[in-house]
Design a protein around this ligand. Structure first.
Ligand code: HEC
Ligand code: HEC
Length: 295
């Protein structure tokens, strides 16, 4: 241990530590630093007394103020629930049309509807309802079962060809399997597919398309309408899509058309009224209606 001595250059006492001839000066701590240090110690003592601080096995010192973040959270959540409750009760008691007319309820239903949609519907209909093959786009104005808020509400409540007494359509029955059931032969199916293509100005065989029109009038118009405008536009309730829009549920190329006409289609949409409460279903109906294509 080296001797404490005065450093010759600065005149400051050294600490007595020495490393390879280097010695440490024993300068006092800066005053400002020291005072902040004392204030911190004093503050920590005050804090220990007032706030929860020391662990005591399974418990802890509670502090004189009795502050608890956990209780604060519970209280905030309860307050939030109460505020929501007011809106949810109002939504449950209001018709879907009237929700659309009430600015506050509409804003609340839209916010809720968006999150319920992402949770329950986006898996099939895509985020924002953009749709996928077999799952209709909900953001456009082509509707299989009607695009008014009331129509959409009913569709969501009871589903389509679903296990529900009031479901839309009939379980297992959709587009007839004209080929598989032997109603039309392959030639006729090719012709009517060509006719559907001609409605969309994509036919490459005018003679077949002309014959296909007769096949259409005899077999298809009853569900899809005289001008293939779809069952909603034709005032029918069978869920047959228009065949004159570019927006296809199963595909509008010739191979997809032949496939649909040969084997039929019967999409199933689950009924939601048993799984979600009424305020949730109404919020979803309002949300879907406002995705862009509502009537
Ligand atoms: C399991 C997949 C699936 C889920 C989940 C699903 N849907 Fe559907 N939905 C379908 C199918 C399939 C159709 C089309 C049925 C048909 O071919 O007529 C459909 C049709 C619809 C229609 C009718 C569209 C029209 O053109 O008339 C609406 C509205 C709708 N769904 C809303 C919803 C909402 C809201 C949810 C969430 C609560 C939801 N769907 C969840 C499969 C699903
Ligand atoms: C009994 C009523 C009914 C008849 C008759 C019928 N369809 Fe359909 N069609 C439907 C329904 C319902 C759908 C939708 C199926 C679904 O949503 O899963 C459909 C769907 C289609 C589609 C798919 C459209 C798309 O967007 O992908 C085509 C194409 C089609 N039908 C063509 C025809 C042609 C051609 C005929 C006559 C040979 C015909 N349909 C006769 C009820 C019918």
């Amino acid at each position: 241990m080296a001797q404490k001595e005065k450093d010759a250059l600065s005149g400051v006492e050294t600490t007595g530590h020495e490393w390879d001839g280097l010695r440490e000066l024993n300068n006092p701590l800066p005053k400002w630093w020291l005072y902040i240090f004392y204030v911190c110690i004093a503050w920590s003592l005050v804090y220990y007394v007032l706030y929860p601080a020391w662990p005591l096995g399974k418990s802890y010192t509670k502090g004189l103020l009795g502050y608890s973040q956990r209780e604060e959270l519970v209280q905030k959540v309860a307050e939030g629930k109460k505020a929501q409750e007011k809106y949810l009760t109002a939504i449950a008691a209001t018709s879907v049309e009237d929700i659309q007319k009430n600015k506050d309820l509409l804003a609340f239903a839209m916010a809720g509807g968006r999150s319920y949609f992402n949770e329950n519907c986006a898996a099939c209909h895509g985020a924002g309802g953009q749709g996928a093959k077999g799952f209709p786009t909900l953001a456009d104005d082509v509707w299989l079962w009607g695009g008014t808020t009331a129509d959409i509400y009913k569709t969501i409540q009871h589903g389509i060809r679903a296990d529900d007494a009031d479901t839309r359509g009939t379980v297992g029955i959709g587009m007839t399997a004209f080929g598989k059931d032997g109603i039309l032969n392959r030639e006729q199916i090719g012709q009517v597919a060509e006719y559907v293509l001609s409605l969309n100005k994509r036919s490459t065989d005018a003679a077949a398309a002309a014959k296909g029109k007769t096949v259409y009038d005899e077999n298809c118009a009853a569900c899809h309408g005289d001008s293939a405008q779809g069952s909603v536009a034709a005032g029918l309730d069978v869920g047959a899509p228009p065949l004159v829009t570019a927006n296809w549920l199963y595909g509008g190329d010739k191979a997809s058309l032949v496939e649909t006409i040969t084997n039929g289609r019967a999409g199933v949409m689950p009924a939601w009224s048993k799984r979600l409460d009424d305020a949730t279903v109404k919020s979803l109906a309002v949300y879907v209606h406002n995705l862009g294509g509502g009537k």
